[in-house]
Design a protein around this ligand. Structure first.
Ligand code: URA
Length: 229
């Protein structure tokens, strides 16, 4: 078992423990936790799930974009002139891992409408069990952008690590991975593959089950947001 894996059980473990997992930020805000609990409940409808995902994505984005650079721009307030800090919105890229990543995308785009958007599609090869790329469309000049990768479920971490590989090959240097739920296995995998990538999540759950689902989790995020089975 990896050294820094938190072996306390789910109920005992604090939601945020940056002392032991420094590259992981768990957003413990009560609003986020409340919305997440409703999303976890299997009786929550597709439309409610989608609405909550959009709302929670904005709250997670607040944390994921904490280190975005700003530039001072001269403006006139009604009182005087000032140098006011502004985001370099065009210098930001959002990358959605298909298909479930799209559920997190809209809320973030509402906050940062000038961000450029990319998409990465991966499937799991049934024989090798390794992620295989089937789609990749990324914004230009990734090396100059701050990139936020969105995917609701960090489970094994294999597809997330592969997506970040693709982004780095395309030139991305400042990458944050934003998800709704993370499993310890996925956090560890990402830490080994990409120790420079900060993970922002609403919760660190207990484990993966034998089918690769996060426990307690919320089921298949794509199915729950799109109403598929
Ligand atoms: N993907 C999901 O949608 N749910 C899980 O629990 C794990 C991976």
């Amino acid at each position: 078992m990896p050294d820094d894996r938190d072996t306390r059980n789910y109920a005992e473990r604090p939601l945020s423990d940056n002392a032991t997992i420094p590259h992981l930020t768990v957003v413990t805000h009560p609003l986020v936790q409340h919305k997440l609990s409703i999303m976890r409940d299997k009786s929550t409808s597709t439309s409610k799930f989608r609405q909550l995902l959009r709302e929670i994505s904005m709250l997670l984005a607040y944390e994921a974009t904490r280190e975005l650079p700003t530039v001072n721009v001269k403006i006139d307030t009604p009182i005087c002139e000032m140098d006011a800090p502004m985001l370099q919105g065009r210098k930001m890229a959002l990358v959605s891992i298909l298909r479930a990543g799209n559920g997190l995308l809209d809320g973030v785009l509402e906050l940062i409408p000038a961000a450029r958007v990319g998409f990465v599609g991966l499937y799991r090869d049934p024989e090798t069990l390794q992620p295989v790329e089937y789609y990749c469309k990324l914004p230009s000049e990734l090396e100059e952008r701050w990139t936020v990768v969105v995917d609701p479920m960090l489970a094994t971490g294999n597809s997330s690590a592969a997506a970040v590989d693709m982004l780095k090959k395309a030139g991305a240097r400042h990458i944050v991975f934003m998800c709704l739920l993370a499993a310890p296995e996925g956090v560890q995998r990402m830490k080994e593959a990409h120790p420079d990538v900060r993970i922002v999540t609403a919760a660190l759950d207990e484990k993966l089950n034998d089918h690769g689902y996060i426990v307690p989790g919320l089921g298949d995020a794509g199915d729950r947001m799109f109403g598929t089975k």
